[in-house]
Design a protein around this ligand. Structure first.
Ligand code: SAM
Ligand code: SF4
Length: 346
């Protein structure tokens, strides 16, 4: 793990447009930005019931995020995803969405968000106006009581209403569902019919061992390979070349006409094609969701100014690990990393 900045003579000069390529030849074209670690939900696989959140002064200002995003776009990042925590609960979030959105067509190709949907009624039209065209909305169940249990404080009606607002505004939607044995594994087919019936994609995600949350991850872990086999015996799954820049593998389901994605960090290692890095709300750039290597861009920016940023990005490329090494079994029941998903951004 490295916290300090290097000052090599061969690092790129300030304002460089040199592409970001790591030691394994992977080009970084995708930046995920966690705009806040706070959230109005406490999903059982993501947060503990009682979370303590970061002091606000430690969190990057919108100007700082904008400067960092600008440096990344100059160096070849084409896609930015805002996430969190819940991105839409940060005050005046549309300011940031508007300013990053204004880069679309000027280096940036796409700005997207991952959201729990609770604030979508309020923000859907503004997101579209800012240039956002696609959203990932997390939804693990369509049963009201179970939804309240899984999110610990969310209301399903609000999310469903937010989804309607997003469709009305013209936003394309993909539902993200964390598959949990004994929790929602009986709802996967109904969710697929519901989502595809409404023109949404559906992506299933394997639970990852990030941060203590108060649930037993070994009991609820559901390998998606097994699930895909189960689905393949009942539906015609046609492997699709659909790509979103993310790690999901997609099938087209012949019976519904919809796309079904699988994100399988635990049972399938997709690291060799990794094109992304993640910025936390406090400005640490993590090179991998499952490893600790990071560079402190906030320190670079606050202590060295924008010029130090490019040097820090070069250093980051030297640190990007080959891959994660998540393991989940009885002997490794403790979280692989103490960091919650809400810190690094999903
Ligand atoms: N609050 C937003 C939301 O829920 O969509 C954005 C942040 S959330 C951390 C991003 C994604 O990470 C969500 O789809 C969530 O289901 C997923 N997630 C959170 N913790 C996870 C874990 N331990 N394993 C797998 N996925 C997780
Ligand atoms: Fe909040 Fe998203 Fe984590 Fe749920 S998954 S607690 S909505 S950040």
């Amino acid at each position: 793990m490295a916290h300090t900045l290097i000052s090599q003579s061969d690092i790129a000069p300030r304002g460089t447009t040199d592409p970001l390529v790591d030691r394994y030849g992977r080009t970084i074209s995708y930046l995920r930005v966690s705009v806040t670690d706070r959230c109005d939900f406490r999903c059982v696989y993501c947060m503990s019931e009682h979370m303590s959140f970061l002091p606000r002064k430690e969190v990057l200002s919108y100007e700082e995020i904008e400067t960092i995003v600008g440096a990344f776009v100059r160096r070849g990042v084409r896609k930015v995803r805002l996430t969190g925590g819940e991105p839409l609960v940060r005050r005046d979030i549309m300011q940031l969405v508007d300013s990053i959105g204004s880069r679309i067509g000027d280096g940036l190709e796409e700005l997207t968000l991952t959201t729990n949907g609770s604030q979508l009624r309020r923000h859907a039209a503004g997101l579209y106006q800012a240039g956002v065209r696609r959203l990932n909305v997390s939804l693990d169940t369509l049963e009201h009581k179970k939804f309240a249990e899984v999110t610990r404080r969310g209301r399903l009606d609000e999310v469903l209403d937010g989804l309607d607002a997003a469709s009305e505004a013209g936003l394309k939607i993909k539902i993200n569902m964390v598959a949990m044995r004994g929790v929602n594994d009986d709802e996967i087919e109904p969710m697929m019919h519901w989502a595809h019936g409404r023109g949404y994609g559906l992506t299933l995600i394997e639970g990852m061992p990030l941060g203590e949350t108060g649930i037993d991850r070994v009991d609820t872990y559901l390998p998606l390979r097994e699930l895909r086999e189960r689905l393949a015996s009942r539906f015609t799954l046609e492997p699709s070349h659909h790509k979103t820049g993310g790690p999901a593998r997609y099938d087209r389901v012949a019976e519904t006409g919809g796309l079904l994605g699988f994100i399988t960090p635990m049972s399938h290692n997709f690291c060799e094609s990794c094109n992304r890095v993640r910025l936390t709300a406090t400005g640490q750039l993590y090179m991998c969701l499952g490893q600790d290597s990071m560079v402190d861009l906030r320190a670079a920016l606050r202590d060295g100014g924008p010029g130090a940023l490019d040097a820090a990005l070069d250093q980051a490329m030297l640190l990007k690990p080959k891959g994660h090494d998540f393991v989940l079994d009885r002997e490794h029941a403790a979280p692989a990393l103490s960091r919650h998903m809400s810190v690094t951004g999903g």
